[in-house]
Design a protein around this ligand. Structure first.
Ligand code: TEU
Ligand code: CA
Length: 557
């Protein structure tokens, strides 16, 4: 396999609005990020992904871009962005921005012009259609609820938006649109970005606009997943974007790809793929339902293990997944995957080691390294996220009480992960001296960085050790390139695997039950050596390892 500059990196996702507020307006910003680069360095990070900081009316927290060439004033200025690139470079931290090109904002100049003259040049930048026999062109449901079609006020035209109505989809079939996007991507890469995380990209290719699919809810609409499954030909767009923009810059790209079809993995993330890597969302989508959040089932640790191994097998010999336990769209991984009795420091480290040591690029989402947890919102009014608001209504429409609806929303809400970063035990968790834009999690006095940084047994210290291990020249090759081989895969309550290269074998063994368990493993002998564990007492004996409840051990065997 050809080696690439990014293979050994550890990445970190920053949600700028909630990371650090430098000017006390309650909103995290670029100067705030710059002031925390040393923090990231201390953790061991060498690549950051910034969720969008472009000019945006913020209907979907910056994922609705009004100008790709401007920084939103709430985050700072273009000079701040340039300074961030410079300061990051000094610390050898690569910077990725979020590339949101499936749609823009309805306040983008292109869309304004399209509305002013739907039949003119800019009308062709979007998908504009008229009703047929009084019916909308198609019965697709937007990800945030309701039909994907919205009327342009004062006209007979409807535009397509697969997300919010303030996020009109760009017409990728129009070569002019593609040109303008490539120009923009190149402009940013020329500024010194290392690459992009690529938003919602699987949506850029649509089937025919006028095709209906069987309704899957009472609303008569059908899920976008069904629509996309019926689409082909996205590869032409993605290949072109790669060749025109990413490849000439040697950029790293990670695609938000939920549903690559069978056999397409190499096209997306192989050595000659459209992207350098794609996120592994197998465990994210496990248990989800077209009915919405109320119809979903939380995966167990057994599901989690099965998903991880399936993805590792599928990707072997092809490329690298980017591995996560959470992001800005998901609940906190420790609150979601760990059974209730395991939601403690030991359990958090167990989950950390199990995912971090998988083959692929580990991404840490801000606060994950402290073991930040879900929030218990008591009312939907405390929630900002549009997706949560929609799902709350879906619950009520399905006959749930308000209380039941809140339980469901709390389980999945995107605002679980979007609360301010917990820097210390002072007011507002030290995130701002103003009023935070979103409520701080009540547990900040217990879970915060200041308290963890000097504690050698903290979750933070454990992440530091994981990252250090990944960088250790003695093991780096096997940790980055070694094959993943499940060990005692059928054993309930245990998730264990080898990472194997020609020369070395590393064992990662976790016990997610509360009881002590013994694993018989032939390869353990007197030369085997523990590299890291979340429990001091490690019993490595000939041909066996004894794991305490919730213990994880990483050993070279
Ligand atoms: O998410 C794309 C995506 O598929 C979402 O529908 C996701 O499943 C949803 O957030 C669950 O509630 C990306 C971004 O990550 C997300 O924050 C944006 O809202 C979305 O694109 C639109 O840009
Ligand atoms: Ca601010």
């Amino acid at each position: 396999m050809k080696k690439e500059w990014w293979h050994g990196k550890t990445a970190y996702q920053i949600y700028p609005k909630s990371f650090y507020d430098s000017n006390d307006d309650g909103i995290g910003d670029l100067p705030g990020i710059i002031s925390k680069l040393d923090y990231l360095k201390e953790l061991g990070i060498d690549m950051i992904w910034l969720s969008p900081v472009y000019l945006s009316p913020c209907a979907d927290q910056g994922y609705d871009i009004a100008d790709y060439y401007q920084i939103d004033p709430m985050f700072g200025t273009m000079e701040d962005m340039e300074q961030l690139l410079e300061e990051a470079k000094k610390r050898e931290i690569a910077v990725l921005m979020d590339l949101v090109v499936n749609h823009c904002s309805d306040e983008h100049e292109w869309f304004r012009k399209a509305c002013a003259d739907p039949e003119g040049e800019y009308g062709k930048y979007f998908y504009l259609e008229k009703k047929k026999d009084g019916k909308l062109p198609s019965n697709w449901r937007s990800y945030f609820g309701g039909p994907v079609w919205e009327q342009i006020p004062g006209s007979e035209w409807y535009y397509l938006h697969v997300f919010h109505k303030k996020q009109p989809d760009l017409n990728w079939e129009n070569p002019l649109v593609r040109e303008r996007l490539y120009e923009m991507i190149n402009w940013w890469l020329d500024k010194g970005l290392a690459g992009f995380r690529i938003d919602a990209i699987i949506n850029i290719k649509k089937p025919q606009m006028f095709r209906d699919y069987p309704a899957d809810r009472e609303d008569g609409l059908c899920d976008m997943g069904t629509v996309l499954a019926d689409t082909s030909g996205i590869g032409d767009f993605l290949r072109e974007m790669r060749d025109r923009a990413f490849r000439p810059h040697g950029a790293f790209t990670v695609g938000e790809v939920f549903n690559a079809k069978d056999g397409e993995l190499a096209d997306f993330a192989g050595e000659d793929g459209y992207f350098s890597s794609i996120f592994d969302f197998r465990q994210t989508v496990e248990g989800k339902s077209v009915e919405g959040w109320y119809g979903a089932r939380i995966p167990t640790m057994e599901d989690y293990k099965r998903c991880c191994f399936a993805s590792q097998r599928e990707m072997e010999g092809i490329g690298f997944y980017s591995n996560i336990i959470e992001n800005h769209d998901e609940p906190r991984g420790v609150s979601y995957y760990l059974p209730e009795e395991a939601r403690n420091e030991k359990g958090k480290k167990l989950l950390a080691a199990l995912y971090f040591m998988l083959k692929g690029l580990p991404f840490i989402y801000q606060g994950q390294e402290l073991g930040m947890e879900n929030v218990a919102y008591t009312s939907v009014d405390e929630i900002d996220d549009i997706s949560s608001k929609d799902e709350y209504q879906v619950c009520l429409a399905a006959g749930l009480t308000e209380e039941e609806a809140m339980t469901v929303v709390n389980r999945y809400s995107r605002d679980n992960a979007r609360t301010p970063f917990q820097w210390n035990a002072k007011e507002n968790a030290g995130f701002t001296r103003g009023k935070p834009w979103l409520r701080v999690n009540d547990n900040y006095r217990k879970i915060n960085w200041e308290q963890q940084r000097t504690d050698p047994n903290s979750v933070f210290a454990f992440y530091q050790q994981l990252i250090r291990l990944r960088k250790n020249p003695e093991y780096q090759n096997v940790i980055v390139y070694g094959k993943t081989e499940p060990v005692r895969e059928e054993e309930p309550g245990i998730m264990a695997y080898y990472r194997r290269s020609d020369k070395q074998t590393i064992l990662v063994a976790g016990n997610f039950t509360q009881e002590e368990r013994t694993l018989w493993i032939d390869e353990i002998d007197e030369r085997s050596q523990v590299l890291l564990s979340n429990d001091k007492s490690v019993k490595l004996e000939k041909k066996r390892i004894v794991l305490q409840g919730l213990q994880v051990v990483i050993a070279v065997v």
